[in-house]
Design a protein around this ligand. Structure first.
Ligand code: AMP
Ligand code: MN
Ligand code: MN
Ligand code: MN
Length: 285
């Protein structure tokens, strides 16, 4: 297996903040030519058995996946896990703990929105939630679009729900070391998700990559829906500098909201080691 493979190892279903079921995502990935797929719901692995079965029904290879919310240097960082045992109890417990504060956080978000005249946001967001344990900012964004407060989700995240704007509630997620350990102990590999999104200084980014590597992290997303073409080049160089493998994933959430569809990004640059080469024995067929 080489980098010449249409692998899409990052997307979301109704089990977190996507709008499609695992089965509909599998069909869409297959139709778009994806050859190796992973569903990576935020802080959740409840869709993994369905996704694996749906991939198999489509004749598409599958890696188990999740995307863990982490707090590093006072910033929310996402760590993708791939190829773990979906029945690992310690991973399930770690994710349950990470999800734990979401309900209260959502209530506080709604209270802030009420202060700027937007009533009923908690109940409104809940209408978009597929999994009661996983209420996220995305569900609030859908409510604010549906009620006409904003024209699309990108306007929502410019005006609300982000630092300094109404509806932003800082939250302490998992630690980097815990997230990497939960994934690794369950037989999987940890991957830094969309590194260009974090707006870190060079020193903070160096610290993230070094500490991630020290904790046993193995790969970084190079080609993702969150990166520009120039950022593919930047993070390909970072992968080489830190001896990390590379991953590729659309981060697809919804046909109506996502600008990058499953399986449509450029392939990984040839010189990198694809993370799926290291996970060959974890691929389900
Ligand atoms: P949460 O885990 O509740 O903090 O929600 C984070 C989710 O909000 C991300 O996974 C994205 O789906 C969504 N999100 C965050 N920032 C943006 C943005 N600028 N534009 C669109 N979606 C965003
Ligand atoms: Mn999301
Ligand atoms: Mn993410
Ligand atoms: Mn994601």
């Amino acid at each position: 297996m080489t980098s010449i493979l249409n692998a899409d190892l990052h997307c979301h279903s109704v089990v977190s903040d996507g709008t499609l079921t695992p089965e509909d995502l599998a069909a869409r990935a297959k139709a778009n030519g994806v050859e190796l797929w992973a569903l990576t719901d935020h802080d959740e692995i409840g869709g993994q058995h369905r996704a694996a079965a749906a991939a198999q029904a489509q004749g598409m290879a599958y890696l188990t996946g999740t995307e863990i919310s982490v707090t590093f240097a006072d910033t929310t960082v996402h760590i993708v896990g791939l190829g773990f045992d979906p029945d690992d109890a310690r991973l399930a417990q770690g994710l349950a703990t990470t999800r734990g504060g979401r309900g209260e956080r959502a209530q506080e978000m709604a209270a802030q929105l009420a202060q700027v005249g937007i009533q009923g946001a908690y109940e409104g967001a809940l209408q978009f939630v597929g999994n009661p344990a996983l209420i996220s900012r995305t569900h609030f964004a859908r409510f604010l679009v549906e009620t006409g407060v904003c024209k699309d989700t990108s306007e929502v995240f410019r005006k609300f729900l982000t630092e300094g704007k109404p509806g932003y509630v800082p939250h302490r997620w998992a630690s980097l070391s815990d997230a990497v350990r939960w994934i690794t102990q369950a037989g999987g590999m940890a991957v830094i998700a969309h590194p260009a999104r974090y707006k870190f200084s060079a020193n903070e980014e160096f610290a993230l990559f070094s500490e991630f590597k020290q904790h046993g992290g193995r790969a970084v997303e190079v080609v993702t829906g969150s990166h520009s073409a120039a950022e593919y080049v930047t993070y390909a160089a970072m992968a080489e500098e830190f001896g990390l493998a590379a991953s590729r994933g659309s981060d697809f959430h919804s046909p109506d909201e996502s600008h990058t569809d499953l399986g449509t990004l450029p392939l990984l640059p040839g010189a990198l080691t694809p993370v799926w080469e290291l996970l060959a024995d974890r691929i389900l067929r």
